[in-house]
Design a protein around this ligand. Structure first.
Ligand SMILES: NC(=O)c1ccc[n+]([C@@H]2O[C@H](COP(=O)([O-])OP(=O)(O)OC[C@H]3O[C@@H](n4cnc5c(N)ncnc54)[C@H](O)[C@@H]3O)[C@@H](O)[C@H]2O)c1
Length: 263
């Protein structure tokens, strides 16, 4: 008997695929038999990820760089998936940016950057993908949120607000699309061992005042299970949400955070 993957024959678009979690999501989805279109702002890095996946034997992985801040580009990206594969079953909205700032240092530019990528870009990618999914009467959309969207983060105020918006979009879109059998769920990681976390940790080390330092330290000591997540810890949940194993779930945000947050 052949061993069928959980996503055999499915087509997925993964954004932010050149980043730490995105690469692992791509590897995990390939292992489950999924065909992929990977996207990222960073075109050279995206090419390296695709070369690596192909060198590991991934047969059907294509890439399309895009800047999710542009609505034209998010629409074109989803159209590219349809051109390449004829349809789209799964969208993983994974791309995001973060920056550590005190409440006093946050600027208009910081807000625009965070909201344009993490909220606006995520929404318009979802909207474009959902149009095609609704026509077929099925689809699974997975938004990568963060536990920062569930609790206060004094030195990541804008990032936390953007992730609370992701949790909210997940609920509203799930209700809007449920009748057409398009499911929308989210994952809220705590700390994942990627470049984003390393950048936040060094920014925290460089923060000027002792008050800022006591406010938020992205450190593994805070995690009840005693370590930060490996990207693979999040991938298993994403495969679950993408697959029929979760076909009775929509509008949910699953915390995958080692017990850091419990609501
Ligand atoms: N690392 C953590 O500790 C952590 C914790 C909770 C949630 N998350 C979330 O996990 C997801 C993946 O993050 P990561 O840790 O892999 O970070 P990362 O910085 O390694 O990857 C993010 C990717 O998004 C891409 N990107 C940024 N702006 C873009 C744009 N305008 N258009 C297209 N792509 C763009 C970047 O080029 C990068 O490759 C994000 O949604 C992040 O918020 C991360």
């Amino acid at each position: 008997m052949t061993n069928m993957g959980k996503l055999e024959g499915q087509v997925a678009l993964i954004t932010g695929a050149a980043g730490g979690l995105g690469q692992s999501l791509a590897e995990g989805f390939v292992r489950e038999g999924c065909r992929l279109l990977l996207s990222d702002l960073d075109a050279p890095r995206l090419s390296r990820v695709i070369d690596h996946l192909r060198s590991q034997g991934a047969a059907v992985v294509r890439g399309a760089p895009a800047d999710l801040r542009s609505c034209d580009q998010t629409t074109a990206l989803v159209e590219r998936v349809i051109q390449e594969y004829g349809h789209i079953n799964i969208l993983v909205n994974n791309a995001a940016v973060s920056s550590m700032r005190s409440l006093w240092d946050l600027t208009e530019r910081d807000w625009d950057e965070i909201l344009d990528v993490n909220v606006k870009g995520l929404f318009f990618t979802l909207q474009s993908a959902a149009r095609h999914m609704v026509e077929r009467g099925s689809g699974s959309i997975i938004n990568i949120a963060s536990v920062a969207g569930r609790v206060g983060r004094p030195t990541l105020l804008h990032y936390a607000a953007s992730k609370a918006a992701v949790i909210s979009i997940t609920r509203s879109a799930a209700l809007a699309l449920a009748k057409q059998r398009v499911r929308v769920n989210a994952i809220a990681p705590g700390m994942i061992d990627t470049e984003m976390l390393h950048d936040l940790q060094s920014a925290w080390n460089n923060m000027s005042t002792a008050e800022d330092k006591s406010a938020h330290n992205p450190s593994p000591d805070k995690v009840p299970l005693g370590r930060v997540a490996k990207p693979q810890d999040i991938v298993a949940t994403a495969v679950y949400l993408a697959s029929r194993d979760s076909e009775y779930m929509t509008g949910q945000t699953l915390n995958v955070c080692g017990g850091l947050v419990m609501s």
